[in-house]
Structures are given as C-alpha cells and as structure tokens.
Design a protein around this ligand. Structure first.
Ligand code: UGA
Length: 444
C-alpha cells in the first residue's frame, strides 16, 4: 500500500481511468466530481460512460475501498498529498481552450489544502498554463505547490490498455523529487499490467516497458498537443489524398498500405474516411493554432488540416448524389468505435446534413443512442439494431468502425448504395451481395 493518497479531480474519460488505475495499483484515491449522477454510477461500481474494461476496475476499486467517489473538496484535499487535475477543457468559440474548470478546481484545492501538494496536470492545456497555475496558486494558498505536467496519451475505446501499456511516460516539472514520485506511480501501474489486464479482461499487446521522458513543464505541455496535432495532420493528409484518389480512379487504401509500409512514415492514422471527431483532435488542433497566434507564429499547416477535416462530412454527402426523399441509414454515431462519446462526431454531422437536405434518415449505434439523441435532428429515427436500420434502406453509410457492422446482412437492402465512410469493409465481398459499394477515396 502506497504512502500517498491521491485526489483525481474530474471523472471524465481521463479522470475515471486514472483514478481506477491508481486504486488498482494499491493507492487510496478520491474520485472527485461535482456531478452527483457520475458519483452515483461510480458508487454503483460502474464508469460514468461506456469504456471497454473500465467497469470491472471501478467495481473492484469500490469493493477494495481504494476508490472513493466524492463531491467534497473538504473531505478529499486535506487527506491527499497528490492532486491530479483531469477536469474538462472545452474550447471557446474562437478555438482557444476554455480553462474555467481548471482554475475553479484550483481555487477549491487552494481553499482546502492543509499542507504542501504535488499538483499533476492530466488535462490537455495550452503551453504556458502550468506557469499561470503556479502563480495563481501562490496568491491563493500559503502551502507549497509542486507542479507536474503529466500529459495523458490514452485513447477512448482502448483507455485501459493504453494506460497500462503506454509507449511513453512524459513528466514535466521544475521539482525533480515530485517528477520522480509521479513517474514512479505511473511505472508502478505499468508494472502491474498483467493483474490489471486480468481484472479488466483486456488483452495486452506485449509492448516493452514505457520510455520515460523528463522535461520542463512547457515542453511537456507542448508534447501533448503536438502528438495529437501530428496524428490529426496524418488523418487530414490521408483525406486529401483520398479526394485525389476519387478524382483519379486510384484507391487510397492501396496507396496508404504501400506508403505506410515505409517505416519512416508508418501506417497508423492514415485511414481516410469521414474525418476525425471526439473531444481531443478537433479541440487540440484549434488550441495549437490559437497558441501559435498568441505567440505570432505561423501555424497555417494546422489551419489547413482543420479546414480539410471540417469539409469531410459534406464531402461524404456530396458523393451520394440527390438525397432528397431517399431512405438513408447511418451506422455509427459515436466518434469512434469502443466508446459512447459523440463529441464532434462526424456520423452525427452527416446524419444532420442529410436530414436538412430532405433525406429520410434512420440511425443506429451500439452504444451511443443516449448521448446522440440530443445532438441529432429530432426527426431522425434511432433503430433498435443495425439489421433493422438497414432493412429497406436506399443508401447505407458506415460512419463508425464498430466491428459488428462487418457482420450485418446487407442483403436486406438489395440494390442500395453502401457508402463506407470508414473504409471498413472489403468491397469485393459486398459486390457479391449485390450492393453498390463506395468508400472514401476508393474505387466504386
Ligand atoms: C486521441 C489520441 O489518439 C490519444 O493519444 C490522446 O490521449 C487523446 O486523443 C486525448 O488527447 O485525450 P481519441 O480522441 O480517444 O485519442 O481517439 P483516436 O483513436 O485518436 O481517434 C480520433 C479520431 O480520429 C476518431 O474520430 C477516429 O475515427 C479518427 N481517425 C483515427 C481517423 O479518421 N483515421 C485514422 O487513421 C485514425
């Protein structure tokens, strides 16, 4: 059992996964959130959202008493030696990150601290935020604050496995003792990967031990957004090439398989499709553009990537011809498979554009109906299964790469166009089922 007691502020994807893993590694951990509905779910042994393998870790944490959900800063902070901030950082209308939750949590921490704290930033924040937090805290509390930037690289849908088998651990701090403590905590979680994988019923990828990078706070902050921006850039690049492939009768999957086989380039994140969504890439790309603007640095490379991405949902719709009065089914509303998250979901954008263009739209997602409903035009019908959704459709669009969509019997929509906006399926097989097939940047 560790000497440290940790409070994780914010029970979103990053906060809940981090808190559950800390608890699983033997650390008493408060999961602090002001949302009582999230706390009720945690107390019932469930994650507040769908994430593969996380429910069983939360359940075990609650059962062991290591994971303590609370809404009380008064309860959690005085007992803690380490506070990890994982609150939401939504974007402002101009694309800059909105840090109001980061700063309001900081004030509550300052009000309740009873001694020096190690403060770990897990939320994605613009470069320079750490310095601002250190200055603000010094004005609000007489106790010391050792600031550590420990950016998170987990992906939704594979959050548990990504966290126990990380490629790298990045720690930015001016205090080497704090950096050492935090590095050790995350290395310890990685060293317990076999046990944690067993509890969460996850299959490990057998990756080597993570590499540790210790650096300045500013470098750690910039590392996080740079990693996300580069991945987003790869996707937008692949989508630009997909548009050219469509115009020249090439096949972007064939092209990217061959291009990605060059080890200097790599195949990952070169899947063309309806563009990237979610709570991270769209926001982090815009956040980087906004940081660059504030420092008078040209970041037009990322402006182009962002604009290209925003063009993708309409590009998909434009490929369908006249959609007025057509019965169209959207398979997939989550921004990616393995999650119920619909933030900036391309599938929802496509569904709404189609409905506004006069199509009769039905949609299905295996996990995201509850989250998707308020975001969808109210006349869009949510079907009970993928099979029911496809029956009698004139056009079917795959907008999320859920594995179960590969086993739908599309013959219930004979003669329909199957538009695979994830390039998920093998077109040859579909032709056998007498469906017209088209992907993004793939031959019809
Ligand atoms: C992303 C990063 O991959 C994580 O490393 C990072 O920690 C996280 O953001 C974060 O900042 O919190 P996430 O947004 O969960 O993770 O999902 P990704 O798997 O990266 O996918 C993002 C979007 O890109 C999805 O809409 C996905 O469908 C799309 N995508 C991904 C493509 O269109 N093509 C690809 O080749 C890969």
């Amino acid at each position: 059992m560790s000497d440290h007691i940790v409070t994780v502020v914010g029970s979103g994807y990053v906060g809940t996964t981090t808190a559950a893993l800390l608890a699983a590694s033997g650390i008493k951990t408060f999961a602090l959130d002001i949302d009582e509905a999230k706390l009720a779910k945690l107390n019932a042994g469930k994650a507040p959202f769908f994430e593969v393998g996380l429910d069983s870790l939360v359940a075990q944490g609650i059962e062991s008493g290591n994971l303590i959900p609370t809404s009380s800063y008064e309860e959690a902070i005085p007992q803690s030696t380490i506070v990890m901030s994982a609150v939401g950082t939504p974007d402002n209308p101009d694309g800059s990150p909105n840090l109001k939750y980061v700063f309001s949590a900081l004030s509550s921490i300052a009000e309740n601290a009873s001694g020096p704290l190690v403060y770990v930033q897990k939320s994605t924040v613009p470069v320079g935020t750490g310095k601002e937090i250190i200055e603000k805290y010094a004005k609000q509390s007489d106790h010391g604050l050792n600031y550590v930037s420990a950016p998170e690289f987990l992906r939704e849908g594979t959050a548990v496995v990504d966290s126990i088998e990380p490629d790298r651990i990045v720690v930015g701090s001016t205090d080497s003792a704090s950096a050492q403590i935090i590095t050790q905590i995350f290395l310890d979680i990685a060293s317990k990967r076999n046990d944690i994988a067993q509890i969460s019923e996850q299959t490990l990828r057998n990756l080597p031990e993570p590499e540790v990078f210790t650096m300045s706070i500013e470098s750690a902050e910039l590392t996080k957004v740079t990693a996300n921006a580069f991945l987003a850039l790869k996707i937008s690049f692949a989508n630009s090439i997909a548009k050219l492939a469509d115009a020249t009768n090439a096949d972007v999957v064939e092209v990217m398989d061959a291009v990605g086989a060059d080890k200097r380039i790599g195949r990952a994140f070169l899947n063309a499709g309806r563009g990237y969504g979610g709570g991270c890439f769209p926001k982090d790309v815009k956040g980087l553009i906004s940081s660059a603007k504030a420092s008078n640095v040209d970041m037009s490379i990322m402006t182009a990537a962002s604009e290209l991405n925003e063009s993708m949902p309409s590009y998909v719709v434009d490929q369908l011809g006249d959609v007025s009065e057509k019965k169209i089914t959207i398979l997939g509303l989550a921004f990616k498979a393995g999650t119920s998250d619909v933030r900036k979901s391309p599938g929802i954008k496509i569904a709404n554009i189609l409905q506004n263009s006069g199509a009769i739209v039905t949609a299905f997602d295996p996990q995201a109906h509850e989250e998707a409903r308020p975001e969808l035009d109210e006349s869009i019908v949510l079907a009970e299964s993928a099979q029911i959704a496809c029956s009698g459709a004139e056009i079917i669009i795959i907008a999320t790469e859920w594995a179960e969509f590969t086993s739908v019997d599309f013959s219930v929509a004979k003669g329909a166009l199957l538009f695979d906006a994830m390039n998920l399926l093998d077109s040859g097989e579909i032709r056998g089922k007498a469906l017209d097939y088209k992907g993004v940047g793939r031959k019809a």
